[in-house]
Design a protein around this ligand. Structure first.
Ligand SMILES: [Mn+2]
Length: 203
């Protein structure tokens, strides 16, 4: 199989229904991925957010920013993210992801994992604003990290290592039946930036 092709990874939802992850391990040429990583780290106005759990304020172990129409916002874990307008270079990237996946995206949550001590815990991208069975397209830049998935009922696990410049599309129904995470890793000492494109109603 050609390195640049798309891999289809079957993802069972229920006994009767299966979805899949589409995975392009070498989606972006090396030089383009390098330039995007550098630009993302330098130019995105990174937010350092905290969550409150039983009266304690805990910084989330990564930096983030939310892009979309500036009159809109997105709320998860009680963090309200007012949208920042897509800069032109990121809009170009958004359009490339739309062309490759043949899906529409108008929002992006971008995460900056500074090193292996940054992470995201088990969760699903299932906020009601994302609509019914949202599709999530995830572009990885920088340090290769392991993307883990765990089925809500069967506890089946999947793990996909996400290289620099790779693109992954989680298909319909996955958010409703699976959670995903990027665990901490002592072996990782460099940065990863992850663009997760979504679609929300409204502009
Ligand atoms: Mn997620």
């Amino acid at each position: 199989m050609d390195l640049f092709d798309c891999q289809i990874i079957p993802v069972p939802l229920t006994a009767e229904r299966q979805s899949h992850i589409s995975f392009w391990p070498n989606w972006l040429p090396r030089e383009r991925a390098d330039a995007l990583l550098e630009r993302s780290i330098a130019e995105i106005p990174w937010r350092k957010d905290s969550i409150r759990i039983v009266g304690k304020t805990i910084p989330i172990p990564r930096l983030q920013q939310w892009f979309g129409d500036p009159k809109t916002s997105y709320t998860y874990s009680n963090i309200r993210l007012q949208a920042v307008t897509f800069p032109e270079w990121m809009d170009t990237l958004r359009e490339s992801v739309e062309r490759e996946t043949e899906e529409r995206f108008n929002r992006a949550l971008v995460n900056y994992y500074r090193d292996g001590s940054d992470s995201v815990d088990w969760h699903a991208d299932d906020e009601p604003e994302l609509g019914f069975e949202p599709l999530i397209a995830s572009l990885s830049l920088g340090a290769e990290r392991v993307f883990q998935l765990r089925h809500n009922l069967t506890k089946q696990r999947l793990a996909i290592s996400l290289p620099h410049g790779s693109l992954l599309l989680m298909g319909a129904g996955i958010q409703g039946h699976w959670q995903h995470r990027v665990a901490k890793s002592k072996a990782v000492h460099s940065a990863r930036v992850n663009f997760t494109f979504r679609y929300m109603n409204g502009r």
